[in-house]
Design a protein around this ligand. Structure first.
Ligand code: AMP
Length: 289
């Protein structure tokens, strides 16, 4: 496994690999590090599909708001490299901020509509930061496939829209959410939770599971607003939970819906704060007759 910090070296190593093996498929997994099994599952998906697997680890300042956790975002380089190697990564690209943003950025990528609700509404500017850094990384790596987790389902919708609109030559692969044994979605931010918050955080996935069953069984007799209310009530059983949003939307358009419509997909998405820690989770459900 090669660890690279300079964009020029990243480009030349990938170019050399492509010259040596013209049919080479390059798979790319962008992350912010502090890797866990969710990230490893993306790397494994890339490993299964591609000959060259590139992982990036970069905590992107552009996607954090002024009062968010950029400065204290958890980092553990040594552990990350061990997990990356174990998952079969070929190249780890871990640039410094000055390498990615040598001067103030004057160009940003902004995706409309799919960024209007959910985290787009709660975290102004967040998806501009994500879309911009992912565009930069895709330009640097030029992968055939790029892997993203459905844990961040809105991010998947944003990236798919961007790749389509800007004709970026990459296939986006959406991978399922990996969870702890009790259902909590794995996240680098889970380490912020104290014991009591961690115990109550299980209520997010429990509420989503219950709502999924209700929608699957009775979507004809339920409205999206009623499902939102049920999820709110379930989450409110955790006294430390401070709900940011609970929304039922069409997926991947992320438009508001007033009824469930057969053969569409819906997302039930939640963001909940426990103290200063903001957790997100979701389920995407095909509406089937
Ligand atoms: P992050 O480091 O949080 O920016 O995440 C990097 C990538 O890993 C994103 O595509 C995430 O959606 C994905 N990811 C994070 N957590 C999980 C999880 N629990 N299961 C699957 N993918 C995940």
């Amino acid at each position: 496994m090669q660890v690279i910090t300079a964009i020029s070296e990243l480009r030349s190593v990938i170019r050399a690999a492509r010259v040596k093996q013209p049919a080479l498929q390059v798979g790319f997994v962008p992350t912010m590090g502090f890797l866990h099994e969710g990230h490893a599952s993306l790397l494994k998906a890339a490993r299964d599909q591609c000959e060259l697997v590139v992982l990036s680890i970069f905590v992107n300042p552009l996607q954090f708001g002024p009062n968010e956790d950029f400065e204290r975002y958890p980092r553990d380089e040594k552990r990350d490299l061990a997990i990356a190697a174990e998952a079969g990564t070929d190249i780890v690209f871990m640039p410094q901020v000055a390498e990615m943003y040598p001067s103030p950025i004057r160009t940003t990528v902004s995706v409309s509509e799919v960024t209007r609700r959910l985290c787009g509404a709660s975290r102004p500017g967040h998806f501009d930061g994500v879309a911009t850094v992912v565009t930069k990384l895709l330009n640097m790596v030029q992968p055939d496939y790029a892997y993203f987790g459905m844990k961040d389902a809105q991010q998947v919708a944003v990236i798919e829209q961007m790749v389509q609109d800007l004709n970026i030559p990459v296939h986006i692969v959406a991978c399922p959410t990996l969870r702890e044994a009790d259902g909590l979605a794995k996240s680098s931010r889970n380490v912020y939770l104290n014991e009591e918050q961690r115990a109550q955080a299980v209520q997010l996935s429990a509420a989503l599971r219950k709502a999924r069953s209700a929608v699957e069984e009775s979507w004809r007799h339920l409205t999206p607003r009623e499902v939102e209310e049920q999820v709110r009530e379930e989450i409110a059983r955790a006294p430390l939970a401070d709900i940011d949003y609970v929304e039922v939307l069409d997926y991947p358009s992320l438009q508001t819906i007033d009824t469930f419509v057969s053969s569409r997909r819906v997302i039930i998405a939640v963001a909940v704060k426990f103290g200063n820690t903001r957790l997100i989770d979701n389920v995407v459900i095909p509406i089937q007759s």
